[in-house]
Design a protein around this ligand. Structure first.
Ligand code: SAH
Ligand code: SF4
Length: 342
């Protein structure tokens, strides 16, 4: 199976090229794309309007799946954690989060992560490898297979394992497939990518796709941020926020700044005021994330009162500041709790 060409690694344009290079007419690429993405078929034999000969040829040369469903865990709050195995035996996770009018899929972009944020289980476990575009896209196709008849994935977030901008090449290819009407046909407004703020890649991404951006800020001064996020030594706050000011945002779109609340580290009222000052003039909204605890972590979640106070201070300064409900904590599927270990 390893030497078969993984079709979900191709953008629609690349698939057409590949089909033509194989001496097949271009319309066959469209036919294939329809079966793969609109019908979500994994077996060439189900492609009933494709000639038998061509189906046989495809079976010899290509494969559709890139991830294999291992199991699904469902939390009592309805959150589903999907565990996948990759062809080389690595494991990744995606999370389906069911909210009132939204069904959001959180996808992974790397096996592990090299950036080593102190509060993140994925980071603690280190980096294994980048995912291919097909492995990113196939998490969505596989998740769709888990849905009930009335369910539809409405939103996508790149907030699973890994730093998506550290794998920009494959992530960009995946976004092409995700947003193309010959691919998964998501509106760019329904896709959000979360990053620690790799500055050049952030600027490049915003030129390529008008998707929504979420920046993991987590501290309002360099000293605190460098202590919990080593990447801050490479791209300190001034540089990161300057890049945020330069981003060309679609009309009325704002940047989401994620702010993890760690008890006694960055959750004081003075921190909240510093944060408000730091984001002045930016088209920003703030998403407060109370720390999700996991075994072995030195950090603690602040009390509900502290969280509320922090939020109030930001709101008094006229920011939109929401508190992220931690979903899926019962099955270790909440932010920062994803792992590639079995
Ligand atoms: N690598 C990217 C995207 C994945 S993490 C990033 O860091 O932005 C998605 C969000 O979960 C980030 O804001 C991250 O800082 C946050 N997170 C990490 N560990 C967490 C934890 N233990 N509790 C709550 N949020 C956490
Ligand atoms: Fe990597 Fe994001 Fe975890 Fe930091 S928070 S270690 S960047 S996955």
């Amino acid at each position: 199976m390893n030497d078969l060409v993984p079709l979900k690694d191709f953008t629609p344009a690349d698939l057409e090229l590949w089909i033509q290079e194989a001496g097949q007419p271009a319309y066959r690429a469209r036919q294939l794309l329809k079966w793969i993405y609109a019908q979500n078929v994994e077996d060439f034999q189900e492609m009933t309007d494709v000639s038998k000969d061509f189906r046989g040829w495809l079976e010899q040369h290509a494969r559709i799946p890139s991830v294999m469903r291992e199991k699904v865990l469902t939390d009592k709050d309805g959150t589903r954690k999907l565990l996948f195995r990759l062809l080389d035996g690595e494991r990744i996770e995606s999370v389906l989060i069911d909210e009132e009018r939204r069904l959001t899929l959180c996808v992974s972009s790397q096996v592990g992560c090299a950036l080593g944020c102190r509060f993140c289980l994925t980071g603690e476990q280190g980096y294994r490898r980048n995912l291919s575009a097909g492995e990113i896209v196939d998490q969505i196709c596989a998740a769709r297979r888990e849905l009930g008849p009335e369910e539809r994935i409405t939103n996508l977030v790149f907030m699973g394992m890994g730093e998506p901008l550290a794998n920009l090449q494959q992530v960009a290819k995946a976004l092409e497939i995700i947003t193309s009407d010959h691919g998964l046909n998501f509106s760019t407004r329904k896709v959000t990518l979360s990053t620690v703020g790799l500055v050049p890649e952030m600027l490049e991404l915003s030129r390529l796709f008008p998707i929504k951006l979420a920046v993991s800020l987590h501290a309002a001064d360099n000293e605190t941020r460098s202590r919990i996020m080593p990447i801050n030594r490479r791209y300190p706050l001034e540089e990161l926020l300057e890049a945020c000011r330069q981003l060309e945002l679609p009309r009325r779109q704002r940047i989401t700044f994620e702010y993890l609340l760690l008890a006694g580290v960055n959750d004081s009222s003075a921190d909240a005021r510093k944060l408000a000052k730091l984001l002045k003039g930016l088209r920003a909204k703030i998403n407060l994330i109370p720390f999700n605890e996991y075994p072995g972590s030195p950090f603690k979640r602040p009390s509900p009162n502290r969280i509320e106070d922090f939020q109030k201070i930001l709101q008094e300064k006229h920011y939109t500041a929401t508190v992220r409900q931690s979903r899926g904590a019962g099955i270790m599927a909440a932010c920062g709790q994803l792992t590639h270990s079995p």
